[in-house]
Design a protein around this ligand. Structure first.
Ligand code: DGL
Length: 254
């Protein structure tokens, strides 16, 4: 049994790391669409074609289930992917619902960080309309952040300044929670926490996604626990150096 994880680049590794904790005895195939990353600043139709091309390559390798470990790709293609393939497919969406629930007691607002494309898609609008009855959710696109991550820009000062500038228009006393609605963003959780006042929590949907994966495997009657935690990396550009970079990044996350 092989579990496929797909992202435009390294972001999905933050979800895979979570999966290796909850489901350590599986075999994994991780695919990064290095030829086309970043997705979140490109036109929707273009990105849709990239996703289908990359996922088809994974299918050729033989996967039994697929996690679209990318909020942007999920919002564009999850329904069509499920129509095309019969194996279970788990998608991601910004953790807006838990954020609203956690904030109900405090009366504070929630701020969702995601790519411009995720925030433009009807799926996001529908999600917020469904769960945000009190109108406490604000959204902030971060068009540069995936590029920073892919370039391994993790300098505390530079990235601290980046977040400070983005947050400057907001009165942070009014906020209780920030939702990381892109799988690349958790790489910056610590830098972001240093910039934020201590009362603001930072959450992402990775653990919830892996719990859904586990439940879905059970529901489909797929045998779990028979693998060795082995991870095979692939990227559409086929760059060996990138594969090495992913291996190192995953080790840092574990
Ligand atoms: N990791 C993707 C996400 O969760 C980033 C998409 C991109 O390449 O811009 O949205």
């Amino acid at each position: 049994m092989k579990l496929g994880f797909f992202d435009s680049g390294m972001g999905g590794l933050t979800v895979l790391a979570e999966s290796l904790k909850l489901l350590p005895a599986e075999n994994y195939l991780y695919m990064a669409d290095t030829k086309h990353v970043p997705y979140g600043t490109k036109p929707k139709e273009e990105v849709r074609a990239f996703i289908f091309e990359a996922v088809e390559k994974m299918v050729q390798e033989g996967i039994d289930a697929l996690v679209i470990a990318c909020n942007t790709a999920t919002s564009i293609a999850i329904n069509e992917l499920r129509e095309r393939y019969s194996f279970p497919i788990v998608g991601m969406e910004p953790a807006v619902k838990p954020a609203v629930e956690m904030n109900r007691a405090t009366g504070k607002r929630a701020l969702v960080f995601a790519t411009p494309l995720t925030l433009q898609m009807p799926k996001y609008y529908a999600l917020v309309s469904r769960v945000d009855q009190d109108g406490i959710v604000d959204s902030l696109p971060l068009p540069e952040l995936v590029h920073h991550c892919e370039s391994l820009q993790f300098d505390k000062l530079i990235m601290g300044e980046y977040f400070r500038a983005k947050l400057a228009p907001y009165d942070l006393d009014k906020y209780g929670i920030i939702v990381l609605g892109c799988t690349h963003y958790p790489f910056y959780t610590d830098i972001l926490r240093d910039v934020l006042p201590p009362h603001i929590e930072v959450i992402n949907g990775n653990a919830g996604t892996v719990r859904r994966l586990s439940a879905l495997l059970n529901r489909y009657g797929i045998d779990t626990g028979l693998g060795s935690g082995d991870v095979t990396f692939m990227c559409t550009g086929g760059e060996e150096a990138y594969i090495e970079k992913m291996r190192l990044a995953l080790n840092l996350l574990r």
